[in-house]
Design a protein around this ligand. Structure first.
Ligand code: FES
Length: 159
């Protein structure tokens, strides 16, 4: 079973309704992107020109915001999501080594999904588990003092 909230498949008509429903908000771009990400689990690139038209922004502006924030996925996630903490306490406790290990183990870069769509690997900046650094979150569940061996064990249990 996936630990992800069920997301709908991308639906251009439903996406347009979300854009139109929120476009009159102050600083509507962020609420729109969040709403789309929540509804579909990611923000499809095809919505960029739609948002740009509705908000009277350039496509480059919308694209820039979409790609700047880690919160927004650009593609559907895999069945599981592993988020590794890249903030200071975890970095000082071999967090970077753990990150490199995960990349090699899964054969992905940050923000990517394994070829079999099993695991999406993402960064997060502090999980509030600094005392147990390095930390990660797997499908919403926190794990502290994560060693490469501990990661391998947890990842091996994700189907
Ligand atoms: S710095 Fe990693 S959990 Fe806080």
């Amino acid at each position: 079973m996936s630990g992800l909230a069920a997301a709908r498949s991308w639906d251009a008509k439903a996406a347009l309704s979300i854009v139109q429903e929120k476009k009159s908000l102050d600083g509507a771009l962020m609420p729109i992107l969040h709403a789309l990400n929540d509804a579909f689990g990611y923000v499809d690139a095809t919505v960029v020109p739609v948002i740009a038209d509705e908000l009277n922004l350039s496509r480059a502006e919308v694209h820039g915001v979409l790609t700047f924030y880690h919160d927004f996925r650009k593609a559907p996630a895999g069945r599981h999501v592993v988020k590794v903490c890249r903030a200071e306490a975890c970095q000082s406790m071999a967090g970077r080594d753990l990150e490199e290990h995960i990349k090699k183990h899964l054969r992905v870069e940050l923000g990517e999904t394994t070829a079999d769509k099993r695991i999406t690997f993402e960064a997060v900046y502090c999980l509030g588990l600094c005392a147990c650094a390095p930390s990660m979150m797997v499908d919403g569940k926190l794990h502290g003092r994560v060693t490469p061996a501990k990661f391998d064990k947890i990842a091996g249990e994700l189907r």
